[in-house]
Design a protein around this ligand. Structure first.
Ligand code: 5GP
Ligand code: MG
Length: 189
């Protein structure tokens, strides 16, 4: 399938915005211990950069990971989110900061935040690099947002299409030719 990439947000701008987010998060948590839960795979580069900055600024962090998948049409979510990998740290009475790459319909983040609360976290705050507000299906606003973007499909800086493009240093818009055969694939996270 032919694909073209258009640059959207360069690496330097992501770095600058990440350090602004760091200051807000450090101010909000002060000296409280926090468990950072990173959503695989898309958030891995953003979370690696953000957590190192948070630690440099003195936040005491423990890290854990989970993985979710949404099934159905890859452009219009079916609303079914499932957990493919769960956290291993006990969350009872813990404050959790959940980091994902992008919020789109909002279904994934709201499902995961509920899941972590059910595991006993006293507080779950959410942090995303990107927000696509135009496509929200439920009322969910992350506590920390890097950039709001229009309804485009983005890759790079951890985000993929069919497992490609994750290692681009910046974010780009992926233009792909519509292919009706592609409709019922599961979306790679
Ligand atoms: P939501 O449940 O909010 O619709 O889905 C969020 C998930 O869909 C993200 O974690 C990401 O895996 C995927 N996603 C949504 N929009 C994009 C996009 O523009 N590019 C990529 N690569 N993934 C996206
Ligand atoms: Mg994701």
């Amino acid at each position: 399938m032919p694909e073209t990439l258009t640059p959207l947000i360069p690496e330097l701008e992501i770095r600058w915005r990440t350090s602004q987010m760091t200051h807000r998060i450090v101010r909000d948590y002060k000296d409280q211990a926090v468990i950072v839960v990173i959503v695989l795979k898309g958030a891995f580069i953003f979370a690696a950069d953000l957590t190192r900055r948070l630690a440099e600024q003195g936040l005491r962090l423990r890290l854990d990971f989970l993985r979710a998948a949404s099934y159905g049409d890859s452009d219009l979510s079916s609303g079914k989110v499932s957990l493919q990998l769960d956290v291993s740290l006990p969350l009872v009475n813990q404050k959790v900061l959940l980091i994902d790459d992008i919020i789109d319909t909002g279904l994934t983040l709201s499902f995961l935040a509920q899941h972590l609360k059910r595991k006993g976290a006293t507080e779950v705050k959410t942090c995303v690099l990107l927000d696509k507000p135009a496509r929200r299906l439920i009322d969910f606003k992350p506590d920390y947002i890097g950039f709001s973007i229009p309804d485009v499909f983005v890759v790079g800086y951890g985000l993929d299409f069919a497992e490609e493009h994750r290692c681009l240093s910046g974010l780009a818009i992926l233009h792909k030719e519509q292919n009706p055969c592609h409709q019922s694939q599961s979306m790679s996270k």
